[in-house]
Design a protein around this ligand. Structure first.
Ligand SMILES: C[S@@+](CC[C@H](N)C(=O)[O-])C[C@H]1O[C@@H](n2cnc3c(N)ncnc32)[C@H](O)[C@@H]1O
Length: 277
């Protein structure tokens, strides 16, 4: 069997999936897979490729098969213990980087619900500042740790396993707190694709009845670790959630703006705590 047999013989998978699987299994660039179509495959490679194709046919996301997802033009390691980073989250990171670059002196940054670490790692890489990344899942933090090492940022990024910010006892420590916490509501859950529901961790996605249960608890506790005039940025699932989070923050004395994603959906809530003291 050669590469072209796999490319032409795999029913039900699109060409991108086939090429990605071949490139991953054979450790070859996608262009080379196409150039070397006549290359004979040994039995071991054929079996590996068939098992990966089978997984993809059963709905496993490509990122979990190839253990890689691109985010902010960098490759990150992912597996089923973490959410596959989404393109919308790049907007959250972009806004955070913009704010941080406008600040003077060392900026202390917290990334809550870090998952694979993409937010904290990208912010640290592009601003040069230290970041503390937290998650309730110790399995997720193992993946974040792999990505931090790969990015060469072990001296810049710390990891803490905890429920939201429950373990942070010091007050007014952070200049910027960033979070992409679970926000899918009970009603929306029924419409989530099987590819997501069946493979990605529910703790990374499901935000309770209205989707805001985790954020509500978080915002209640936010003014402990956040400095006066500090910033809070988070990702949400659309207009209703963005408005609800805005209300929660305004009631606590934040000035708030909402940014839409490239599909026009209200996606990022940005608040600055204007302290009156
Ligand atoms: C939507 S995922 C985001 C992952 C990553 N930040 C990203 O943007 O790709 C939410 C993350 O929050 C974590 N999480 C859920 N509940 C949490 C809690 N109570 N405290 C801390 N982390 C939590 C999940 O384990 C998951 O890694």
């Amino acid at each position: 069997m050669d590469i072209s047999d796999i490319i032409s013989g795999t029913k039900g998978l699109n060409i991108t999936d086939r090429l990605c699987i071949l490139s991953f299994a054979l450790s070859m660039k996608k262009e080379d897979v196409l150039i070397k179509k006549e290359m004979r495959l040994n039995q071991e490679d054929v079996e590996l490729i068939k098992s990966l194709i089978e997984k993809r046919t059963q709905g496993m996301p490509l990122a979990y098969i190839t253990k890689t997802k691109e985010f902010y033009s960098e490759e990150f390691y992912v597996d089923e213990s973490v959410l596959i980073p989404r393109p919308e989250t790049e907007l959250l990171v972009e806004e955070a980087i913009h704010i941080i670059k406008g600040m003077n002196g060392p900026v202390r940054i917290l990334d809550v619900g870090t998952g694979s670490g993409v937010i904290g790692i990208t912010i640290s890489k592009h601003t040069g500042h230290r970041v503390i990344c937290t998650d309730i899942s110790s399995e997720a933090l193992k993946i974040a740790s792999i990505n931090i090492k790969r990015a060469g940022l072990s001296d810049k990024i710390g990891l803490i396993c905890m429920d939201l910010i429950a373990g942070i006892k010091d007050r007014t420590v952070y200049d910027v707190i960033v979070a992409n916490l679970p926000y899918i509501s009970q009603d929306e859950w029924d419409f989530v694709s099987e590819e997501v529901k069946g493979f990605e961790p529910k703790t990374a996605l499901f935000g309770g009845k209205d989707g805001l249960e985790v954020y509500r608890r978080f915002i209640d506790a936010l003014q402990g670790p956040l400095k006066d005039n500090g910033w809070f940025l988070c990702e949400v699932g659309g207009r209703l959630q963005a408005e609800a989070i805005k209300d929660m923050l305004v009631r606590k004395g934040f000035e708030v703006s909402i940014k839409r994603d490239y599909s026009g959906i209200e996606r990022i809530v940005i608040g600055q705590w204007i302290s009156l003291s």
